[in-house]
Design a protein around this ligand. Structure first.
Ligand code: NAD
Ligand code: DAU
Length: 354
């Protein structure tokens, strides 16, 4: 991994990945291709360390000719593909953008890699397409079912997870049919710095600080497997460096609280660090459930632990504390984000329609 094209590097996980990669690899050069949709922001990359090895390019992964130009101009040997529409609720409100970016965008990126990396014999040597995917492609678990392992049949339930499942299949087909060198990671729910406050953890922190209600969908007993974002970034680096061509690795946090438990944990941390009159969990309000809401996810991470010696390094308690601290110390980031019209639209929707 020397010259890396990161797609979606201005989003939540992508921006954490760019930071982490530049920090742990002193030789690597990074080109960040991002369309800067509502979810992407250059604020996420402000004060980037080692920025002399970093280039930002605004563009759409659906533009194949542009993808090809970037692979040529920057002599890219590794693609780390994060760019996607990522929010399940938005996929229910408007699935079109998810089909376009997650399916067609991945296809156009693969076509660019095929035309630039696979035309001459031996040209694929040293190349790698790493596809970043999700545990949601496996569907939902019953309470007593064992955690998802890599061999589990896909059974996606939302337009978001169906679009990600489609992209996973297309990546695998390019490996099988054309010999494109690839790896894939399917990861559980991430939380940490720079996450847009439409997802559960940052939404809870930001609303609790503002004294707004904390919406809990349905009965709040749904279970997610939470992973601190930097642990996910390190897992991706380990897979690219030591993972086997054509393999998929599950990545998860080894903890599965209910949504209600995680919201209460965040409230307790905030009450401790920034005390006020009254407990913040009193802001909790049960609202209409998400249509088709998956009940439970849990990841079996035996394969990545055994093959690559990767384990999550943050406990949920430590990761949540670090995250709450980051939001408390990031007033200018928060001010920039909350001025954006998408955020205002989201907050309004959350109040009126649920
Ligand atoms: P995000 O929504 O925060 O960021 C997505 C980024 O992609 C944004 O910067 C956006 O501008 C960019 N983008 C969107 N459409 C684009 C296009 N057509 N061309 C170029 N750039 C485009 O997402 P995230 O939460 O950081 O997730 C990143 C990836 O990780 C996604 O593929 C997602 O499916 C996967 N994933 C996320 C989680 C999670 O908990 N957030 C867990 C597992 C996997
Ligand atoms: O599992 C991995 C996935 O995790 C990623 O692939 C997705 O990109 C990412 O968005 C995330 O999906 P979820 O739907 O699990 O995340 P979200 O933060 O939207 O919701 C987490 C849980 O909390 C879910 O059960 C819905 C619930 N929820 C969410 C919000 C925003 C609430 O109860 N209230 C809320 O206000």
């Amino acid at each position: 991994m020397h010259k890396v094209l990161v797609t979606g590097g201005a989003g939540f996980i992508g921006s954490n990945f760019v930071r982490h990669l530049l920090e742990v690899h002193s030789e690597v050069r990074v080109v960040n291709l991002d369309a800067l949709t509502y979810a992407g922001s250059l604020e996420n990359l402000r004060d980037l360390p080692h920025s002399e090895r970093y280039t930002f390019v605004q563009g759409d992964i659906c533009d194949r000719a542009h993808n090809e130009k970037l692979l040529d101009e920057h002599e890219i040997d590794t693609i780390v593909h994060f760019a996607a529409e990522s929010h399940v609720d938005r996929s229910i409100d408007g699935p079109g953008a998810f089909m376009e970016t997650n399916i067609r965008g991945t296809f156009e990126l693969l076509e660019a890699a095929r035309s630039r990396w696979l035309q001459e014999a031996g040209a694929a040597r040293g190349k790698r397409f790493h596809h970043v995917s999700t545990d949601e492609v496996y569907g939902s678990l019953e309470p007593a079912e064992p955690a998802f392992h890599e061999e589990r049949a896909y059974s996606p339930n939302s337009p978001y997870s169906a679009s990600k499942a489609a992209s996973d299949h297309i990546v695998r087909a390019y490996g099988h049919t054309y010999g494109l060198p690839f790896t894939m990671s399917n990861c559980s729910n991430n939380y940490g710095p720079y996450q847009f406050p439409e997802k559960l953890v940052p939404l809870t922190i930001v609303n609790a600080l503002a004294g707004r209600r904390l919406p809990v969908y349905g009965d709040g007993q749904q279970v997610r497997d939470w992973l601190y974002v930097v642990d996910h970034c390190q897992a991706i680096i380990d897979i690219i460096e030591s993972g086997k061509n054509g393999e998929t690795y599950n990545v998860g946090g080894n903890n599965q609280p209910t949504n209600l438990e995680i919201i209460k944990s965040i409230c307790a941390i905030l009450d401790e660090i920034r005390p006020q009159e009254g407990r913040r969990e009193e802001l909790i309000e049960f609202v209409k459930d998400r249509p088709g809401h998956d009940r439970r996810y849990a990841m079996n991470i035996d394969k990545i632990a055994a093959d690559l010696d990767w384990q999550p390094s943050y406990s949920l308690e430590r990761g949540l504390r670090a995250t709450v601290q980051w939001y408390l110390q990031s007033e200018s980031w928060l001010a920039a984000v909350s001025k954006r019209s998408d955020y205002q639209t989201w907050i309004t929707r959350n109040y009126k329609n649920r």
